[in-house]
Write a protein that binds this ligand. Structure first.
Ligand SMILES: O=C(O)CC1=CCC(=O)O1
Length: 96
């Protein structure tokens, strides 16, 4: 199952720099692992914003929820999820 996910990141201005750095490094490590596993299929920066657009490829909504709620930056992100299904005009046979 594919899901489009937008994440807007809002770190508090008062957060100590070391804590912000640690959170970002932890987030990066998990994002790398999930991409290597094929779960986090796309990760794009939205130009000019501290936000990303991602596509997750998971087996269930419960799995997506588990992944998203494991993200270290989640307490500082607004997350929007859109379920995706195949477009009848798509020529990409590998998408589902
Ligand atoms: O910077 C972001 O958009 C939040 C984020 C997602 C994966 C990552 O490494 O950072």
């Amino acid at each position: 199952m594919l899901f489009h996910v937008r994440m807007n990141v809002n770190l508090p201005a008062a957060m100590p720099a070391e804590e912000a750095t640690r959170l970002k490094l932890d987030e990066k490590a998990l994002a790398h692992r999930l991409q290597e596993e094929g779960k986090w299929r796309h990760l794009w920066r939205i130009a000019g914003q501290y936000a990303n657009v991602s596509v997750f490829d998971v087996d269930s909504v419960d799995e997506l929820h588990a992944l998203l709620t494991s993200l270290p930056l989640l307490p500082y992100m607004q997350v929007e999820v859109m379920p995706l299904c195949r477009h009848p005009s798509s020529i990409r046979l590998d998408d589902r």
